[in-house]
Design a binder for this molecule. Sequence first.
Ligand code: GLU
Ligand code: ZN
Length: 321
Amino acid sequence: MILAVSKLKNPSSPADGYRGRFAPSPTGPLHAGSLVAALGSWLDARANEGQWLLRIEDIDTPRCIPGADLQIQAQLHACGLFWDEEPSYQSRGQEHYQAAFGRLNALACLYACTCSRQTISNTLAAMGIHTPRNQEMIYPGTCRPSQLMPYAKDLLADSKKAWRIALPENCQIQFEDLSLGIQHQDLSREVGDFVLRRNDGLFTYQLAVVVDDAEQGITHIVRGQDLLNNTARQIFLQNQLGYSTPSYHHLPLVLDANGEKLSKQTLASSINTESDQSALAELRKAAIHLGLRDLPDGDTTIAEWLLAATKAWKINTFKCD
Ligand code: GLU
Ligand code: ZN
């Protein structure tokens, strides 16, 4: 299966019904990297006169920190990044994920997997494949049955097993990223059959994000480049579930002094939004990172600054059209 999704570059007039989103995981407060994603997606939505939704991606409950959702909301507020509609929470969307999972099961493309990380790693090692640290292992298909079929409800509900989606042969996905250009991933060789429900019964980010983006009618996804590697999987799932594919725009990553991606796991420090001045200083850093130039640098309100940034974003994004 070779799937090529091509999207037109942003049209010069505002897109009809633009719906964007910012989808932080509440594993800690916003850091410089997540502010770049928040600001970039907000500016793109505002420049397109679109809606900007806030989705709290708390699907991986064990990793979530109580109260981080409200802290993130307060930080966004302090930065003048107001969202449209009520924030949504993935932890409240179980029945939607379950329904999508059931539809995939009906297509006979799911199977249960009992491999531990160690088993997968050993199998790969025996095949001469060594996965660098920090990289996901390619699933070698150990548990994939020769004959795929839909499973009965009670079998599917078995929460002691992980459930993977079986990729069609030679599954290659191509899409156009609005800033990085044509992207291509060979899912069969680079990822393998991936998990949709974990052995602790939780649906994975890959499934939840695709269901949420479709159900919320998201047309434009603007997010950090750390997520680029997930996009092909998400386009594949959209295709299997009959959803349309939004346009994608991956923003440059903020790296720490060691050249590593800033993340809550590496304890990246929270942005400082204690005063308007400190929030504005954080926004200015994020804007520089996004390549926005000539923004008001003197005394200005956050609202005025955001307006200027929206104009600058428009010029930046649409200048090639
Ligand atoms: N929740 C994901 C994160 O915080 C972002 C998901 C997305 O934008 O698709 O890394
Ligand atoms: Zn397995």
